[in-house]
Design a protein around this ligand. Structure first.
Ligand SMILES: [Zn+2]
Length: 145
């Protein structure tokens, strides 16, 4: 079905600065629904905001965008649209947040047996590096034999 043939209704969207009169495909959850390329240009999805260094900044979505993924999904998805006017610049993580992340990642790479920091994340089930895991498996096999 050609989406252009769907019945469209006139709606008004307020983007934080301007009221836009636009054609939409109806409403869902009280929000106007737009097809790809049909929404006012001052409305962007979360990932589109992210791509230009912005974040929604706690605002509620003002509209919805329905679009089809390209391969491999090709199914219809609904994304929330946010106002560029109300968006804020994305804050890069602070040094404290970065070092907390580093510590967390280091903990995930640390073996509980040999305390060695690996260049991979150790399995959460054993928290052992592969060397210690193999040694333990070998021990078990030795005991069993
Ligand atoms: Zn180890």
């Amino acid at each position: 079905m050609n989406p252009r043939n769907r019945r469209q209704t006139v709606t008004t969207v307020f983007d934080g600065r301007t009221h836009h009169v636009a054609l939409c495909r109806g409403e869902q959850d009280g929000l106007p629904v737009f097809g790809w390329g049909e929404a006012p240009s001052t409305l962007l999805t979360r990932s589109q905001l992210r791509a230009v260094g912005l974040r929604p900044n706690g605002q509620d979505p003002v509209a919805l965008l329905v679009f089809r993924h390209h391969r491999p999904y090709a199914r219809e998805t609904t994304a929330e649209l946010f106002s560029v006017e109300l968006a804020a610049a994305y804050r890069p993580p602070t040094p404290a947040q970065l070092s907390a992340l580093d510590r967390a990642m280091e903990a995930r790479r640390t073996c509980v047996d040999c305390a060695g920091i690996q260049d991979y994340c150790v399995p959460t089930s054993t928290r052992q590096c592969w060397t210690c895991f193999d040694l333990e498996q070998g021990d078990r096999a030795g005991v069993a034999a």
